[in-house]
Design a protein around this ligand. Structure first.
Ligand code: MG
Length: 476
C-alpha cells in the first residue's frame, strides 16, 4: 500500500501543479499567453497519463485490490484508485486524444455560435462529440443505459433511472409553484462601491470560517474554487455594482472551499484528500449560498452592512420568476432547467432524438416546464458551455447538490437552531456540524453511503420540496 501511495502522490502533485496553472490562466494570464499555456498543459497531461498507465503502478494497484482484510480507509483508497484508473485502462488513449482535440475546437465554435445565434455551425461538433461519448460509454461499460456510464463519471453510482425518478417527483410541484408565486417588486439596490462589496465578501467568508491563511480570494470572470494543496484552497469571485453576486458568489465558492479545508489532514496526497463528488460538493456551496445566504435571518444579520432593510435585501436575494438562463435561476425554477437538460441528454445518448431537432425540442420543453419560450438558440440550448466540453452527464449533479443541501438542513435542525444562529452571525456550530458529518471524510464514502450515514436514509427530494414550500409559500 505504501509503494502504491508513493506513486499516487506523484500523480496527485502533478494534478495540483495543473490546477495552479489553471488558476493562473483564469486569474492572471495575459491573453497572448494562451498558446504556450496550452502546450504546458498538454505536456503535464501526458506525463500524468503515463503515470496512470505505468505497468508498475497497475501491478501495485491490482495487488492491493486483491488483498483481503483491508481497513475501511485502505478499501476506499483502492476503490477510488480503481475508479479513477478505469478511464485510462478502459478507454483507448487515441479516443481520449481525439476527444481533447475536438473539444478545444468545439469550445471555440460554441462560443461563436452562441454569440451569433448560429446553432447550425455548432451542430456538427455536437454530433461528433455525441459519437465519442457513446464510444466512451461502451468502453466503460453499463448495465441498462449507456448514459449511466457517463453519469457515473461525475457522481459515483448515479443512473438515468434514479434521475428520472427524482425529476418525476420534482418537476410537477416546482412547475406548479413557480407559476403560482408572485415575486415582490424588485427593490432598488443601493449602489455599493465594488471595494466595499469586496470587503463585505471577505467579512462574510471570515464569519463562515474560511481560513484566509490557507486560501485567498481573487477576481475572475467565472467564480470557482480550486484546491492547490491541503493548506492552499483558493476561490475567485466577481462583483457588479448593481447586483449582489459578489455576496452570493463568495458564499457559494466559500462553501466549496470550506469542504476542502475540512478534509482530514491525514488524507493528504491520497485519493481521499478531496470532496467525494460534484453533487456532494455542490451541496456544500448551495447550503451556504441558498439555505444560509438567502434566508431572512441572514438578511437580517447582514442588511445593515449593505445599508438596506432586511426586507429589501431578502427580496433582492429571492426573486422567483421563470427565466431563460439556468445560472441566473432562483431556487424554485433552477431544477427545472436541469430536468430539461437531463431528458435531452438521455434521449441524445440513446439516439432517440436528433441533433438537428434540438432547437424545437428545447423550446417545447421550456414551454412545458417553465411556461416560456426563448427568442433564439443563444438564450436557449446554446447557453451553457458543458456540451462543448463533452460533459454529458454533468448537469444532474447540480440538482443533486440542491437536494442534498436541503436534506443536510433538515437533519442539522434536529441538533441546532439554525435560524437563531444565523441571525446572530454565529456560524461556527453550523460549520462544525458540516465538518463532523461531511467534510472530514473527504472521499472515504461514496455519496450514497455518506447520505445514509449522516441522515439514516437515501437521498430524498421531499426535504427540498418541503424547504421550498415552507420558504416561498409563507414569506410572500
Ligand atoms: Mg459550484
Amino acid at each position: 500500500m505504501n509503494d502504491l501511495l508513493a506513486k499516487y502522490k506523484e500523480i496527485a502533485l502533478l494534478g495540483k501543479i495543473h490546477s495552479l496553472m489553471g488558476w493562473d490562466t483564469e486569474v492572471n494570464m495575459p491573453p497572448k499567453g494562451a498558446a504556450s499555456r496550452g502546450e504546458q498543459s498538454a505536456l503535464l497531461t501526458s506525463i500524468s497519463v503515463d503515470k496512470w498507465l505505468d505497468p508498475e503502478f497497475k501491478k501495485l494497484l491490482n495487488k492491493a485490490f486483491s488483498k483481503k482484510n483491508l481497513s475501511l480507509k485502505e478499501k476506499a483508497i483502492v476503490r477510488n484508485l480503481k475508479r479513477a484508473s478505469n478511464i485510462y485502462y478502459k478507454i483507448p488513449k487515441e479516443l481520449l486524444v481525439k476527444e481533447s482535440k475536438l473539444t478545444s475546437k468545439a469550445f471555440v465554435t460554441w462560443a461563436k455560435s452562441r454569440e451569433e445565434n448560429d446553432f447550425k455551425s455548432f451542430a456538427p461538433y455536437l454530433e461528433e462529440l455525441l459519437k465519442i461519448s457513446r464510444e466512451v460509454a461502451e468502453h466503460l461499460g453499463y448495465k441498462d443505459n449507456p448514459y449511466d456510464a457517463l453519469l457515473d463519471l461525475y457522481e459515483p453510482g448515479l443512473t438515468a433511472k434514479f434521475c428520472e425518478d427524482l425529476f418525476n417527483r420534482l418537476t410537477p410541484e416546482l412547475s406548479h409553484l413557480s407559476l403560482e408565486l408572485k415575486s415582490p417588486k424588485k427593490p432598488k439596490l443601493l449602489r455599493l462601491p465594488i471595494e466595499s462589496q469586496k470587503e463585505l465578501a471577505i467579512f462574510v467568508l471570515n464569519q463562515m470560517g474560511y481560513d484566509f491563511s490557507a486560501g485567498r480570494m481573487d477576481v475572475a470572470p467565472h467564480p470557482f474554487e480550486t484546491t492547490l494543496g491541503r493548506f492552499d484552497v483558493r476561490i475567485t469571485n466577481r462583483y457588479s455594482d448593481s447586483s449582489l453576486e459578489g455576496l452570493t458568489g463568495a458564499m457559494h465558492e466559500g462553501g466549496h472551499a470550506l469542504y476542502e479545508q475540512g478534509v482530514n489532514e491525514k488524507f493528504e496526497y491520497t485519493p481521499l484528500d478531496h470532496g467525494v463528488s460534484l453533487g456532494i460538493h455542490e451541496s456544500q456551496s448551495r447550503f451556504w449560498e441558498n439555505i444560509i445566504g438567502r434566508s431572512s435571518e441572514f438578511a437580517k444579520y447582514i442588511a445593515p452592512k449593505y445599508k438596506l432593510t432586511q426586507k429589501d435585501l431578502y427580496n433582492l436575494l429571492n426573486q422567483v420568476k421563470p427565466g431563460m438562463i439556468r445560472v441566473d435561476a432562483d431556487e424554485v425554477t433552477y431544477n427545472l432547467h436541469v430536468a430539461l437538460r437531463f431528458e435531452i441528454e438521455n434521449d441524445l445518448i440513446n439516439g432517440k432524438i436528433k441533433v438537428q431537432d434540438l432547437p424545437e425540442i428545447w423550446n417545447s420543453k421550456m414551454k412545458k416546464y417553465l411556461g416560456i419560450t426563448p427568442k433564439n438558440n443563444s438564450e436557449g440550448l446554446l447557453q451553457d458551455v458543458h456540451w462543448s466540453h463533452n460533459s454529458f452527464g454533468y448537469f444532474p449533479t447540480y440538482t443533486l447538490g440542491n437536494l442534498y443541501s436541503a436534506q443536510w438542513r433538515f437533519y442539522m435542525q434536529k441538533e441546532l437552531n439554525i435560524k437563531k444562529l444565523v441571525e446572530k452571525g454565529d456560524f461556527k456550530p453550523i460549520l462544525d456540524w458540516l465538518r463532523r458529518n461531511i467534510h472530514q471524510y473527504g472521499s472515504l464514502y461514496y455519496p450514497g453511503e455518506l447520505v445514509k450515514k449522516v441522515t439514516g436514509e437515501n437521498l430524498n427530494p421531499r426535504y427540498f420540496l418541503d424547504y421550498i414550500k415552507e420558504k416561498y409559500q409563507t414569506s410572500h
